[in-house]
Design a protein around this ligand. Structure first.
Ligand SMILES: C[S@@+](CC[C@H](N)C(=O)[O-])C[C@H]1O[C@@H](n2cnc3c(N)ncnc32)[C@H](O)[C@@H]1O
Length: 203
């Protein structure tokens, strides 16, 4: 059985295995392989770089899913055919926003499962300003570092969001709250209004 870290396991928990799935920036393709173990039959594993694609190919062979996982070299979603569930994990928030901006097949049923390593606040602003909404967020921690994983869908309704929502989103995981609080403490030196967003933490 393939064991994913908590971050990728949280992403996997949002994926509908009976749909057309794409993992953008797949690297090792462990997530697509794990989704196949859970019953997925149509998965694209894409990456812009050849080296990660080689690692992905090796794992796909090792776990015996070459008949269900298609490897594609693509910059973002540029050369990816229409999919229902798109995972973009382990990249900066700006790059994730850029990749979503290049998506040509969005419908109200499309799901984006997003896990920014940085700039989650920028990604949340981008999403709402461009007609997406966050349905749910789950916290995860790997090697003591906290992350959020977002389940996102397209509504077409453009909205602006508060600073508080931009920074914390819908993630209530205490580990993530603590991480965002530390970020806000640093930013508060330059912008005191951000210091006011700092939340109470459990002792
Ligand atoms: C840090 S790894 C994350 C791997 C995996 N998604 C995870 O979360 O563990 C980032 C991967 O994204 C790929 N990548 C970076 N920019 C990309 C782009 N514009 N389009 C597709 N893949 C990209 C890199 O080659 C690398 O394999």
């Amino acid at each position: 059985m393939i064991r994913l870290d908590e971050r990728l396991a949280a992403a996997a928990s949002f994926v509908r295995t009976d749909k057309r799935i794409c993992d953008v920036g797949t690297d090792h393709a462990l997530l697509p392989c794990c989704l196949c173990e859970q019953g997925a039959v149509s998965v694209i594993a894409s990456d812009v770089n050849e080296k990660p694609l080689e690692a992905a190919r090796a794992n796909i062979e090792k776990y015996g899913f070459a008949d269900r996982i298609t490897l594609i070299r693509s910059d973002g979603l540029r050369d990816v055919p229409p999919c229902d569930d798109v995972i973009i994990a382990g990249m900066g928030g700006e790059l994730i926003a850029q990749i979503i901006g290049g998506c040509t097949f969005v419908t109200p049923d499309t799901r984006f499962i997003l896990q920014p390593m940085t700039k989650a606040e920028l990604l949340r602003r981008y999403l709402y300003e461009n007609g997406f909404e966050i349905a749910e967020e789950k916290g995860a921690a790997v090697s003591g570092k906290a992350y959020t994983v977002m389940l996102v869908r397209f509504t077409g309704e453009k909205q602006s969001i508060s600073d508080d929502f931009a920074y914390f989103g819908k993630c209530t995981d205490p580990r993530y709250i603590s991480k965002v609080n530390s970020q806000l403490k640093k930013l508060a030196n330059g912008d005191p209004s951000l210091g006011a967003l700092i939340r109470k933490e459990q002792p």
